[in-house]
Write a protein that binds this ligand. Structure first.
Ligand code: ACO
Length: 426
């Protein structure tokens, strides 16, 4: 049955359609309100759907995350990241032939043009790798001309695949540049995650020495980050893309949005926080700081806009985190001890329980990445790498159907019109 919502504006009754979701909340279609001379007000999009989408579904209360209808737990335990990328982009899981073709197509696109590699030399050694990654992605617009015709579905597919293929190379280059080390060429004989790790820690022409446990954990980190419906960075990609800008420009806008500590920067912030706490004996003091309304400090890696239950990705990550710690023999690392103590206290404290603040994926991915040997400043880059399939899929979904430039309205609270006062009269 078609649902309707009735509102009254200045005594006039207006009927609004309710659009039915295949899962989750239905939405009130307010598009007709502009004709009534009124807008809706929802800073931070707490109650507003900015688009329709068939890619990812989250039930934050139940702790459910589905990519194209498949539960994240099943994908993380049974699929590779490449299968997940294919699933997101194409809507269905690949057959083995489709997967092999997809893999080959990606491997064809993973090398960064030699001259373009010079872009990294413009950055100081200490530059944050997110600034290098954002600039490099934006700069790719200068190289690939198929990206200029975004109305062509084949071109969009090529661009999407290129971005998924090239982001590990760019991420590893940002890491290597920061350390003043020579870039390592992609090795097409390696899987997606192992190739990335090898470009960070290996040498060109030498066989990979990356442990399978570490490569698998990295592959899982990528799967768990691959998409998360209309999060801040994905919405940014859609918003920038809605202007018909070059896709590399739209994706680099997403990189910028992801960088913030309230979003992708949280995994880095978790480690910074653990270092600041410094000792297990100070954990209780920091929990009190997080609860103090007069103190801006928050427990990084706790809470989520959508999950008001355990983040299902955090549960999966917890088990891979344990495997990596065991493999590296670092279960007794002092920072990890602080993390465990923090998690225990926060999960028993009424402040966190009543506000449904659970550890999120960043809490465990930060600890795992540290054990893998990834430097803290590269954590958000890893998130960028993982989120790439989601960004390009959302961008492609938007462009595959009619869309409008994203242009929000505002509630203006400024001055009424007034006369200009000449400089000497002020
Ligand atoms: N530590 C202490 N208190 C918190 C925390 C936290 N990490 N997170 C939320 N709260 C409190 C708020 O102060 C607020 O308290 P109040 O009701 O007494 O005012 C209440 O919990 C609700 O929080 P909001 O800020 O309204 O929640 P919102 O949905 O706007 O924010 C966010 C979610 C940004 C993730 C927030 O929880 C946060 O800053 N967490 C820490 C950063 C982090 O881990 N970010 C990663 C997000 S996940 C991701 O990007 C993969």
């Amino acid at each position: 049955m078609v649902q309707k919502v009735q509102i009254t504006i200045d005594g006039k009754s207006i009927e609004l359609n309710v659009l039915e979701a295949s899962e989750g909340n239905n939405v009130v279609d307010v598009r007709g309100l502009i004709a009534e001379g009124i807008f809706t007000y929802d800073p931070g999009f707490l109650s507003t759907a900015s688009c329709d989408s068939k890619i990812t579904y989250i039930d934050g209360d139940a702790g459910i995350l589905l990519y194209r209808g498949y539960a994240i737990e099943q994908l993380a335990s049974q699929a590779s990241h490449l299968e997940v990328c294919y699933l997101l982009l194409n809507g269905e899981l690949p057959s083995s032939t489709q997967l092999a073709e997809f893999d080959a197509s990606l491997k064809d696109k993973q090398t960064v043009d030699k001259q373009f590699q010079q872009i990294f030399n413009g950055f100081a050694r200490g530059a944050h790798p997110m600034s290098m990654v954002g600039a490099a992605i934006s700069g790719l617009a200068s190289l690939y001309h198929e990206s200029t015709d975004i109305t062509d579905a084949e071109n969009r597919k090529t661009t999407a695949q290129r971005l998924i293929a090239i982001i590990p190379t760019i991420a590893a280059m940002a890491y290597k540049h920061g350390r003043g080390e020579t870039f390592v060429e992609p090795d097409p004989s390696l899987g997606y995650a192992e190739n990335f790790l090898n470009m960070c820690f290996g040498e060109t022409g030498k066989p990979s020495t990356i442990s399978p446990v570490i490569a698998e954990a990295m592959d899982k980190i990528f799967i768990l980050h691959a998409d998360h419906e209309q999060n801040a960075s994905t919405s940014t990609v859609r918003m920038a893309g809605s202007t018909d800008c070059n896709p590399y420009a739209a994706i680099s806008a997403g990189v910028s949005a992801l960088w913030g500590p309230a979003h992708g920067g949280a995994n880095e912030a978790v480690l910074d926080m653990l270092m600041e706490i410094g000792d297990v004996s100070r954990v209780a003091e920091y929990v009190e700081k997080a609860k103090d309304k007069d103190d801006p400090f928050k427990l990084m890696g706790f809470g989520h806009r959508v999950y008001k239950n355990f983040d299902p990705r955090a549960k999966v990550m917890e088990s891979y985190c344990a495997a990596v710690l065991a493999e590296r023999g670092v279960e007794n690392d002092p920072l990890l001890k602080i993390a465990k103590a923090l998690e225990k206290i926060a999960r028993e404290d009424d402040y966190f329980i009543s506000r449904k603040l659970y550890p999120n994926i960043d809490f465990y991915s930060g600890i795992t990445l540290k054990a893998v040997g990834i430097p803290t400043e590269l954590f958000t880059v890893i998130f960028t790498l993982g989120r790439m399939p989601g960004w390009v899929t959302h961008w492609d979904e938007m462009l595959s159907a009619p869309y409008k430039i994203a242009r929000p309205r505002q509630l203006y609270l400024g001055e009424h019109q007034r006369d200009f006062i000449a400089l000497d009269a002020r």
